[in-house]
Ligand binder design. Structure first.
Ligand SMILES: [Zn+2]
Ligand SMILES: [Zn+2]
Length: 200
């Protein structure tokens, strides 16, 4: 059995203040969908992507932006940053931007195989209800290749999980600074309110 902590958009909140120690002690590793701060190293090994608020990364994230990586016997692939279609978004306050054009992403994803985890900071189009302006390339990849899990950051909407075909889509940022524990191989997805050690 494997337990994975899934987080995104903790922003200035140190992970250890959101996730109780007894949970952290019991997880195998962390998946992050971005917008954490480089000043706070992850308390366990973390894999995922950067968001639009991460600056130059000094933290310990194993990044899977624009590449597929094998890790713990599973496959991970992701896309960092946010999108403004064909306009490259840039935040002048940041040392480094983590953004790509929709066309670059589309060209990349068309050639990718099915993976266990598809992780993006920006959201797929028509997902978690409120937003219809997400990435069509993400949505197409999910529909065509059916990754086992899709994890999206950046999306503060209370919808937490949904299916696209056989893909389990998870929004760890449904309420600010909540977190998710995923148990494999059962594919059990549990949502926690920050600071609590019992799922909701
Ligand atoms: Zn954010
Ligand atoms: Zn963001």
């Amino acid at each position: 059995m494997m337990k994975i902590l899934v987080v995104s958009d903790l922003h200035d909140h140190k992970l250890e203040t959101i996730v109780p120690k007894e949970i952290l002690d019991n997880i195998d590793f962390i998946i992050s969908a971005g917008d954490y701060q480089e000043n706070y190293p992850y308390p366990k090994e973390a894999i995922g992507v950067y968001g639009n608020h991460d600056t130059d990364p000094g933290a310990t994230l194993i990044t899977v932006n624009h590449k597929m990586k094998e890790y713990k016997g599973m496959t991970f692939m992701g896309i960092e940053g946010v999108f403004c279609g064909e306009k490259r978004y840039h935040n002048p306050k940041r040392k480094r931007s983590h953004h790509q054009l929709e066309s670059e992403v589309k060209g990349f994803l068309e050639h990718q195989p099915r993976v266990t985890f598809f992780i993006t900071h920006s959201r797929a189009d028509n997902i978690f209800n409120r937003y219809t302006d997400g990435s069509k390339a993400f949505r197409q990849y999910i529909e065509d290749k059916q990754p086992v899990f899709y994890i999206s950051g950046h999306c503060s909407h209370p919808d937490k999980t949904m299916m696209i075909g056989k893909t389990i889509c998870i929004n760890p940022h449904g309420n600010l600074w909540d977190y998710v524990v995923l148990t494999l191989p059962e594919k059990k997805v549990e949502f926690y309110v920050r600071g609590r050690n019992q799922p909701i």
